[in-house]
Write a protein that binds this ligand. Structure first.
Ligand code: 6CS
Ligand code: FE
Length: 310
């Protein structure tokens, strides 16, 4: 069985980044499937091996259409809630007023609170991470038609480590598509195999970097030589699918997306499950912690399954 070594001391730096000088990429320290590829759970050994190799798995039509309707209604409701739209957790598109993201939706909506605890999702997260889990971050990305801008290449772990103090790679993201994602509306692109490498990034992190980075990320974007090499090795994939499709990806898998050039939104829901053994410490960039709605460090209840989430 694959095991990670114990959680590091607060300032032990296993993943140096936001540096003054470039540093070569290096292999990750943790396994990808923390309990080994024969760990019991909903994912088959074949699926676990695929996730281990590629750093992601896509499941078309994972949630049935009738259940998705209620989640899509809840997303629409939130996008019209004026009080919520005035809060810091709502992020606007760069150069526009359209809603780009709303964070911590599992804290403000009963339906999303329940969905994070739906055994269909929760049991997969627990199987991969080999422990109990909690939600590190949740959000809705709206990417409105014509106006929705893209996201630069990045590893979420690189940001969560440096800006939130996530010690290790023991975290997994679930993206549930709420609208069709196709070649026209800026679908998620991933580099298979990139999760095996940590690519240190150049550039000091200013305080409150998130105010800029959530609209247009410039820090924590690997240099083009490293990106080109990883693309040569693994290619690029963009899983497409209709509402209810699930894309699960490892916290260190490099990903990006283009602007939405179509007339229709590309909306999705995003839940990040972190191992209870990987809770946040002080941010490794030396900056003050980001707000709770971006990286939970106070409200981190261990998730218990709730049946009948719809
Ligand atoms: O800063 C963050 O935490 C987020 N930023 C990006 C571009 N992706 C993941 C995460 O939600
Ligand atoms: Fe991301």
């Amino acid at each position: 069985m694959a095991t990670a070594s114990p959680i590091p001391e607060r300032r032990e730096e296993l993943y140096p980044t936001r540096l003054d000088e470039p540093m070569p990429r290096f292999r990750r320290h943790e396994p990808v499937i923390h309990g080994g590829t024969d760990a019991p759970g909903p994912l088959s050994p074949h699926e676990l091996r695929q996730f281990e190799r590629d750093g992601f798995l896509a499941f078309p039509d994972f949630l049935p259409a009738d259940q998705m309707t209620s989640f899509i209604d809840a997303m629409d409701e939130l996008s019209r809630d004026q009080e919520l739209l005035d809060r810091r957790r709502t992020i606007r598109e760069p150069g526009g007023n359209e809603v780009r993201s709303i964070f911590a939706v599992h804290e403000i909506s009963r339906r999303f609170w329940e969905l994070t605890r739906d055994p269909r999702l929760l049991d997969m997260a627990r199987q991969i991470l080999d422990s109990d889990v909690y939600i590190h971050q949740s959000r809705i990305n709206y990417k409105p038609g014509f106006k929705g801008k893209g996201f630069n290449w990045h590893s979420d772990f690189e940001t969560w480590h440096s800006e939130d103090g996530m010690p290790r790679m023991r975290c997994v993201s679930f993206s549930i598509l709420a609208t069709e994602n196709n070649e026209f509306n800026g679908p998620l692109m991933l580099i298979p195999g990139s999760h095996q490498w940590f690519v240190p990034c150049v550039g000091r992190t200013p305080e409150d970097n998130y105010k800029e980075s959530l609209r247009n990320q410039t820090l924590g974007v690997p240099d083009t030589d490293n990106l080109a090499r990883l693309m040569d090795e693994g290619g690029i994939v963009a899983p497409k699918g209709g509402p209810g499709t699930l894309i699960m990806f490892e916290c260190n898998t490099l990903h990006a997306s283009n602007a939405n050039m179509s007339a229709y939104p590309r909306s999705n829901l995003f839940f990040v499950y972190n191992s209870v053994e990987n809770k946040l410490v002080e941010p490794y960039a030396g900056t003050r912690p980001r707000p709770e709605f971006l990286g939970a460090r106070t409200h981190t209840p261990t998730l218990q399954p709730v049946d009948d989430a719809a």
